[in-house]
Design a protein around this ligand. Sequence first.
Ligand SMILES: [Zn+2]
Length: 344
Amino acid sequence: MKLIVKWIISIIIVYTGLLWLVGFLRRKMKKGKVTILCYHRVIEDKQIKDYYRPAVAVSVSAFERQMGVLQERYKIISLDDAVCLLQKRKSLENDYMVVTFDDGYADNYENAFLVLKKYNLPATIFLSTDYIDSNKMLWTDEVGMLLKEKWDVFLQTELLKTLKGAGVSGDKITVINKILSTLKEMDEDIRETIIARLKKDIGNLMVANNQMLTWEQIKEMNANKISFGAHTKSHRFLTTLMLSEKESEIKESRDIVEQNLNKQVLCFAYPDGRFDEECRNIVRESGLQGACSTITGDNISGCDLFALKRRDIGEDACIPPFGRFSKALFLTEISGIYDMFRRR
Ligand SMILES: [Zn+2]
C-alpha cells in the first residue's frame, strides 16, 4: 500500500480512537496478542537517507521515538517471557510487545542499547556466531556496500546490461535491492560464483569495517536486560542445507552463545525467516523453547511456538512521505491493521 494512503488512514483511525476501541474490545474478549517486532540495524540519522538496505534499518532518532511510543502504550516483555506466556496456552487479557534484532550488528550496542537503557526496555538479539568478534560481513552487506561504493564502475559492467535486459530498473538503491533479492533466491554455489565475478569486475571494498558485535559488548548488554538467541553460525539459509548441516548450524550456534554467556538460550531465529519441518523439529528437539520466523503477524494463545510471527520494522514504518516521525503511522503499522492488504 502506498505510504501516503497508509499515513492518511493511520491519522483517521488513531485520532478518532478507533484503533484504541478495537484493541480494547479484543482484550475484553480475552483475545490479547504478542507482537514481536523485528529490527536489524539502528544507524546514524545522517546515514539513513542513502543506506543500501532501507528495509532493514531505522535511524537512531526514529528508533528512539518508536521505543518511547512502545513504552507509553504497551506492556513490553522479553521474548523469553513471551514464549513462557504463550506456552501456557491460556487466553491473553493483555497485548504485549517484544523487541528483537537479527544478526548481531555492532550498532545494536552503539545505538539501540543506549535507547533501550534510557527507557529500561528488554530486547532480544539473535546472533550468527561466526560473525561475532570478527570482521566478517554477511554477503548481503558485502554486496550492498560494494555496489554502493563502486556504483560508477558497476554502471559500466556487462552484468548491469544483463540485469537491465531482464527488466531490472530504478534508482541506485532500488537496483541494489533487486540484485540482493535475486541473489537470495539462487543456489548458494551459483550466488558465490556471481559475487566472485562481481568483485573481479568492480573490485573489493575499500573499507572492511567491523560491523558486528563483540562478545564483550554482548556480555555488557546481557547484564542489562538484553537477552540473546541463536541465529545459526554461518547465516546460511537452513532450507538449502542437509540434515546434518542444519543440526550443526542450529545446535552449535546455541551452544556457543550459551558458553559465552554462561546462561541457557531459549530462543532461535531462522536466517531470513526460512525454515522447513526438519529445521522446526531440530529446534524443538534440541531443547529450544521457541523460534522466530519472518512470517508477518501477531502471536495468540495456542500459536506455533516454533514459527513465531514477527513484524519487520524499517524507517518507513514511522516516517510519512513528507515529514518527521508519525506516531499514528507507527501505531497502525504495528497494530496489524494492514495485514488484510498484505500479499503473501
Ligand atoms: Zn539474519
